[in-house]
Design a protein around this ligand. Structure first.
Ligand SMILES: CC(C)(COP(=O)(O)OP(=O)(O)OC[C@H]1O[C@@H](n2cnc3c(N)ncnc32)[C@H](O)[C@@H]1OP(=O)(O)O)[C@@H](O)C(=O)NCCC(=O)NCCS
Length: 163
């Protein structure tokens, strides 16, 4: 299995994987909206024997420091729980660290994301409509976040989802 950047030729297959992984169409639409806005800082795909089996999006956030939002992330249902999600997240975090991003936020199940260093506790100081028990952050590059509080917002495509 390899993890690489998306290409134009992957777009339909990404839509299929995201659609299959989530109960509704919102997440696949979000990926398309982010792409149309130039908001896909990283769009990584996992490919197994030529088959696209996973995808993760990272988009820029408005925050008091350089932060990305992780999501959506999707693995095709018949390949879930085989380590593909982990590989996508690790590849994205490594890339973000190398490129000088200071933090990654996400909304997700802490039982899955804590293993990558994401923390609900550390995210609690950042104001957002998504704050709550699934709102998490990880600091990158071995540095603590420059400020423990502040306003944080996802890329505009997230707010356009219902529109
Ligand atoms: C969440 C998702 C991306 C994880 O990818 P994956 O390739 O299945 O995960 P991995 O195989 O790398 O990791 C498996 C581990 O994650 C845990 N895990 C996977 N999905 C989980 C979930 N929804 N909640 C809690 N833990 C989860 C498993 O228990 C497993 O842990 P273990 O090995 O300690 O038992 C994938 O299951 C998926 O596409 N789910 C549907 C879409 C979704 O919910 N996306 C996340 C919200 S944005």
């Amino acid at each position: 299995m390899i993890v690489r950047d998306e290409t134009q030729a992957d777009i339909a297959a990404i839509r299929e994987v995201v659609d299959a992984a989530f109960p509704g169409p919102a997440e696949a639409r979000l990926v398309d909206l982010l792409r149309a806005d130039g908001g896909l800082t990283y769009s990584l795909v996992a490919v197994e024997a030529g088959r696209l089996v996973g995808h993760v999006a990272f988009s820029p956030m408005t925050a008091p420091f350089r932060a990305l939002g992780l999501g959506p992330i999707a693995v095709t249902p018949d390949r879930q729980r085989t380590g593909i999600g982990r590989r996508l997240i690790e590849a994205g975090l490594a890339r973000a660290t190398r490129d000088g991003w200071q933090a990654v936020f996400l909304l997700g199940d802490p039982r899955f994301y804590e293993r990558f260093g994401f923390s609900v506790e550390r995210a609690a100081g950042y104001t957002t409509p998504y704050a709550g028990p699934h709102w998490m952050v990880v600091a990158l590059g071995g540095e603590p976040l420059p400020t423990p509080t502040g306003e944080v917002a996802y890329a505009p495509a997230f707010a356009r989802l219902d529109g």
